[in-house]
Design a protein. Structure first.
Length: 257
């Protein structure tokens, strides 16, 4: 199915519904939820999924798992998606929180085929076998550290959200502590308790996640590095590779599938 609203097919008696959707540049989907679990894959562009708990950046050719009945918004940056809407009973392994995952070449090909499967595909035969293999491959997806958790502390959350819009890898904790009227020691303790990450690790991850849509838009690595406050492209590449296990060039937007 292509560019078909989920509401039109949600009630069909099939465990998996595959829909390909083309979105205009910089499209925003306001907070909403689905009865089914969703596997949201970006064939082109980049996405950022937001919930009350944090944001999940989805680079090109990666995906995000969205549990059923989870309120979420999506920022689309030149995106064509391939979504799988899954009956919860068909994916008992599904995470309870959103999770960005890598997508294998085999799974990408299965997704391409699945969106051309009839909505009420026969329960036996080629299409049913394809969907069955698709479910097996989904369960093998490898998680990626592309979540940026939000603290529940109101003041700290506001600072985190502001920082994520324009991150600087050298933004000092002393500034944050002064904004919150606490000591740096208290800030570090609060950060760990509220996000599960140290201040330095959260700051580093925020920079990487901001870099991903810039790389997908084909900005030079040197320009991305300067934007995030790094002294050199080499310093940025080292940090990026350490966190994601691959250099920045591997996260550029390839030709549309």
């Amino acid at each position: 199915m292509r560019n078909v609203p989920l509401d039109e097919v949600d009630a069909l008696p099939r465990a998996v519904l595959a829909i390909s959707t083309d979105y205009p540049p910089d499209h925003f989907l306001p907070p909403h939820r689905h009865r089914r679990a969703q596997f949201l894959y970006g064939a082109t562009g980049a996405m950022r999924v937001g919930t009350a708990d944090g944001t999940w950046t989805v680079p090109t050719r990666r995906a995000v798992l969205i549990p059923p009945e989870t309120d979420h918004s999506v920022v689309m940056m030149n995106v064509t998606t391939r979504s799988l809407y899954l009956e919860p009973s068909a994916v008992p392994w599904f995470p309870r929180r959103c999770q960005t995952v890598d997508v294998s070449p085999l799974l990408r090909e299965l997704l391409r085929e699945a969106v051309d499967v009839a909505p009420e595909y026969p329960r036996r035969g080629r299409d049913a076998t394809l969907i069955s293999l698709l479910l097996h491959e989904l369960s093998r997806c490898v998680p990626l550290p592309l979540e940026l958790p939000w603290p529940r502390h109101e003041g700290l959350r506001a600072l985190c959200q502001s920082f994520s819009d324009a991150p600087d890898v050298h933004d000092p904790p002393s500034r944050w502590a002064a904004e919150l009227h606490v000591s740096e020691r208290t800030l570090h303790r609060l950060f760990r308790a509220e996000t599960g990450l140290s201040f330095a690790r959260w700051r580093e991850r925020a920079c990487v996640l901001r870099a991903l849509p810039l790389l997908a838009a084909d900005l030079p690595v040197a320009e991305v590095a300067v934007t995030l406050g790094y002294e050199s492209p080499a310093a940025f590449t080292t940090m990026f590779s350490r966190l994601l296990g691959a250099p920045p060039r591997s996260y550029r937007d390839p030709a549309a599938e």
